[in-house]
Design a protein around this ligand. Structure first.
Ligand code: NAP
Length: 204
């Protein structure tokens, strides 16, 4: 049965690559926040990363890995809106577009890493964000979010949740691939196969 208002989780990230930490985080948050759906939105061009960041796999590969990784969960879906939009992938533009698709009444929860949320006051048109969504900061074990640093406008609408599985990180996975080490069980098997078939992250 659909809830009223519709509770939508939006999982934002570069997903370079997507891993089991992201998937566990999305599933635990879906359950705890009683979300009807978690929509994964891979960044097209992450706004805070340079054009020459060649550690970032092309958007079409990150999109494919995301679609493969979420396929077995009926609550998960993916949107290419940031991949298809030209220019920097601003969260504010994404939330505005999703409001049009899901309706003004949809309750939106933007989920991403705690490190990224800690910088939210520097995001594009930050003043629009609190009325568009609530924010869920998923943290690695032992991470301490400094609430004093969080813009007061966001304090009431931001939740912090520790996800032990986020001990897995995309940075560590890319490093392991470069060093020829195994990444088995860190990413879904289909993603592992996709990475090797397309020779992603082998140089850095
Ligand atoms: P990032 O700097 O690559 O990641 C920061 C930290 O958060 C990393 O530890 C990362 O771990 C973790 N992380 C990223 N996405 C996550 C997720 N969905 N769930 C749990 N942990 C996650 O950040 P990013 O991926 O580029 O950006 C995060 C989101 O914020 C994106 O949707 C981005 O578009 C948005 N953002 C918007 C603006 C803006 O509008 N101006 C500015 C900055 C970020 P892994 O490396 O293991 O993923």
């Amino acid at each position: 049965m659909k809830s009223n208002p519709y509770r939508l989780g939006i999982m934002g990230g570069t997903f370079n690559p997507i891993h089991h930490g992201h998937l566990v985080a999305a599933e635990i948050i879906r359950d705890e926040f009683k979300l009807e759906e978690v929509l994964f939105v891979p960044s097209g061009k992450p706004p805070h990363k340079g054009d020459n960041d060649d550690e970032i796999a092309p958007p079409e590969h990150r999109w494919m890995m995301t679609v493969l990784a979420i396929a077995s969960n009926d609550y998960f879906s993916a949107s290419a809106i940031e991949i298809e939009r030209e220019g920097d992938s601003y969260t504010r533009d994404t939330l505005m577009e999703l409001k049009k698709i899901y309706g003004e009444k949809a309750e939106m929860y933007f989920i991403t890493g705690a490190d990224a949320i800690a910088e939210i006051s520097t995001w594009h048109k930050t003043e629009d964000l609190p009325r568009l969504a609530k924010f869920i900061a998923a943290s690695r074990p032992g991470y301490k979010l400094d609430w004093k640093k969080i813009d007061p406008r966001f304090r009431k609408s931001t939740y912090l949740i520790e996800i032990p599985a986020l001990a897995i990180s995309s940075t560590e996975i890319r490093k392991r691939i470069r060093e020829g080490k195994t990444i088995k069980y860190l990413v879904p098997e289909v993603v592992e196969k996709y990475i090797y078939k397309n020779r992603l992250y082998q140089r850095g």
